[in-house]
Design a protein around this ligand. Structure first.
Ligand code: F3S
Length: 651
């Protein structure tokens, strides 16, 4: 039987296990990336593991989420990250140089390689044939030290693309269509492999928009085959020697197959406040728009801003609407500037920002209260923009620009009819495309500035947890609904994010957006559980969302289901993730006394799957631990840091 493209890459990197759906496999990692919000912990953990040098082909540290140095704590973090990259042998990308996925794509991502990144949108370079997976920072630290990355072999779904996108429909509409069909939970445990004749009609940047936002489906990753477009794109960046022809075998068998006819697509939009609330733009047309933002790792490239610039040529932004363009990389800004497009945008009334994540996590450009913001980003979870009860829509740059011109949501086809002279912008790589690859803001290990760690006063140690106990009991500290995101658990806003390297302080904000008394109650209870519905922990790879509850004494989470990366983070920090039925979830009330009847430490180590949970000494339920042998040992040892140290000591 032939192999899928995913199987071929995994096979090449397999160090443990077999490629059978649901089986745990260990794979070798070629490249790692980390960013500033997760990176400090990655390096502190790398240090705590007594590692002294990066072992992967490429390791890169980016400063992108919080680039504005409002406070010495941010600047201290950046200096610490530069010193860690220099000390241990990683590339360091300075604040303002761009978003990790985009800078990595431009400089390092290559077909056939594996990559692990401590950011949930790590799958972005799947668009050029790299198998890239998001994980918690501790997994990245271990991979960077040469250890394998373990994962349950996902199902592989063939997404067959047919036809060609019509005018005004874009790659963003392909992924919004996927979200409309699958929802934010529909990709859990899956890898989406794109095939079919429609692939060659999409440029590499269009493909990476699709693979980037596969994360919103909950997918492990997404990947495209390579072709002439990939080769040309790499060669424009001076990296043609990294091209590899990658195709699935003709007789490859997939776990599932779906077909998207690109020619049927039209401009789509995700309504507030979930990326899967997708409808045609025409269904919500006419709404007044206060703010439009073009940027983020999804649609912040040269090829995303160019259409906006072309649509705005000879026009201006509507007086009642602010249009902010935040490029995803400095290289994109520089290319646009060299071609004169930045001047055009400014003349049209655009606020042209530095290359940063920023507003994507509520740092800067926070929408006004009770207002509508249209963004080309990948997430619109409630409050993520920096204001509770926000009203953020997700759409393509074309739809966003049309709204900025009109001052209200409008299908760009209708705007073109209204204006008479507005043409659908075509993608093209200008003469300056890729010519700025020699980047002084990307410091290679050979050019390292520091050779020892520099820790300011806000950079603390990583807390460790003791071995799992035999008796676990405590209150249900909080009962939460479905789809709780890592933004709910540890918000990424500026006032909170600056404590990312100071766990005692950061923990005070744990779940504060759900219940601001939670942290104190958890500390007072000295143990206890979280109860949640479906898809607990969706969103980012932020391991603080497991580490901070652990620091507060939370013992475990009882949920109907878990998001993949967050579940791995719970194991990594020694928190017991138990699955419960919807019926039992409904019966729980906050404050209930929970006791796990079994000898937990023994049961976890011995492979027991079902646990008896007694509630209020009144009723019992059966909860399930779905964990591999390796995850069980990690959990029992009190988390991956303790586990890895114990292994190194021969324990
Ligand atoms: Fe940054 Fe937002 Fe992407 S925070 S990495 S632009 S999802």
């Amino acid at each position: 039987m032939g192999q899928t493209l995913t199987e071929k890459i995994l096979d090449d990197h397999l160090v443990e296990g077999e490629l059978e759906t649901g089986e745990e496999i260990g794979i070798e990692i070629d490249q790692v990336l980390t960013q500033d919000t997760t990176g400090t912990l990655v390096w502190l953990q790398f240090e705590a593991l007594d590692m002294d040098e990066v072992q992967t082909e490429i390791a890169a540290q980016y400063c992108d989420h919080q680039t504005y140095q409002f406070d010495f704590k941010n600047t201290d973090d950046h200096r610490f990250l530069r010193s860690a990259a220099g000390t241990f042998g990683a590339h360091y990308s300075r604040p303002g140089n761009g978003i990790c996925h985009n800078v990595h794509k431009e400089n390092f991502a290559a077909p056939g390689k594996t990559m692990l990144g401590s950011d949930s949108h790590t799958p972005t370079p799947g668009g050029l044939g790299e198998l890239a997976i998001g994980s918690g920072g501790l997994d990245v630290a271990v991979a960077m030290g040469g250890g394998p990355y373990y994962i349950e072999m996902p199902e592989i779904v063939n997404v067959r693309l047919e036809g060609e996108l019509p005018e005004w429909a874009t790659a963003k509409d392909v992924i919004l269509e996927m979200l409309r069909r699958f929802s934010v939970k529909g990709g859990v445990g899956k890898i989406f492999e794109y095939t079919g004749p429609g692939v060659e009609t999409l440029s590499v940047p269009e493909r990476t928009t699709i693979t980037n936002m596969g994360t919103e489906l909950g997918a492990t990753t997404s990947i495209f085959p390579t072709d002439e477009n990939t080769e040309e794109w790499l060669s424009r960046l001076g990296r043609e020697d990294e091209y590899v022809d990658l195709q699935p075998d003709d007789d490859a068998e997939y776990d599932d197959e779906i077909v998207i006819d690109l020619s049927d697509l039209e401009p789509l939009i995700a309504q507030p406040s979930m990326p899967d609330k997708v409808v045609p733009v025409r269904e919500v047309a006419g709404q007044s728009v206060d703010q439009v933002m073009i940027g983020s790792c999804t649609n912040g490239g040269y090829e995303d801003i160019l259409p906006a610039a072309k649509m705005l040529e000879g026009r201006t932004v509507n007086r009642k609407t602010d249009l902010i363009v935040a490029p995803a990389s400095k290289q994109a800004s520089e290319m646009l500037a060299r071609e004169g497009w930045v001047a055009e945008l400014m003349a049209a009334g655009v606020n042209f920002s530095e290359a940063t994540c920023g507003a994507c996590i509520g740092i800067g450009h926070v929408p006004a209260s009770d207002s509508v913001s249209l963004r080309t980003f990948n997430r619109n979870f409630e409050g993520r923009s920096g204001i509770e009860d926000d009203s953020v829509y997700l759409c393509s740059p074309e739809v966003a620009t049309a709204a900025a011109i009109k001052g209200e949501i409008i299908d760009p086809r209708d705007l073109a009819d209204e204006l008479g002279d507005l043409e659908a912008p075509e993608f093209e790589m200008g003469d300056n495309y890729g010519t700025t690859a020699d980047d002084p803001d990307l410091i290679s290990p050979d050019e390292a500035v520091d050779d020892e760690l520099i820790k300011g006063p806000n950079i603390g140690d990583v807390p460790l947890k003791d071995e799992l106990e035999s008796d676990l009991e405590g209150p249900a500290l909080l009962k939460m609904q479905d789809n709780i995101t890592t933004d709910h658990i540890i918000p990424a806003t500026q006032d909170i994010l600056m404590y990312r390297s100071n766990i005692p302080k950061l923990s005070e904000f744990t779940l504060s957006r759900v219940d601001d008394s939670f942290a104190q109650r958890a500390l007072d209870a000295d143990g206890g559980f979280l109860v949640a519905g479906e898809n607990y922990g969706q969103g980012s790879s932020r391991e603080h969302a497991a580490l901070c509850p652990m620091y507060l004494g939370v013992e475990g989470v009882l949920a109907q289901s878990f998001a993949r990366i967050h579940k791995a983070n719970l194991f990594n920090f020694g928190l017991l993730p138990l699955e419960i039925s919807e019926e039992d979830y409904e019966k729980f009330e906050q404050g209930d006394d929970i006791e796990i009847v079994d000898d937990v430490a023994e049961a976890v180590r011995s492979g027991q799957e079902e646990f008896t949970v007694r509630v209020n000494d009144d009723w019992e339920l059966t909860a399930t631990l779905d964990a591999s042998e390796r995850e069980r040992q990690i959990l029992a040892d009190g988390g991956k840091l303790s586990h890895t140290k114990k292994q190194a000591e021969g324990g």
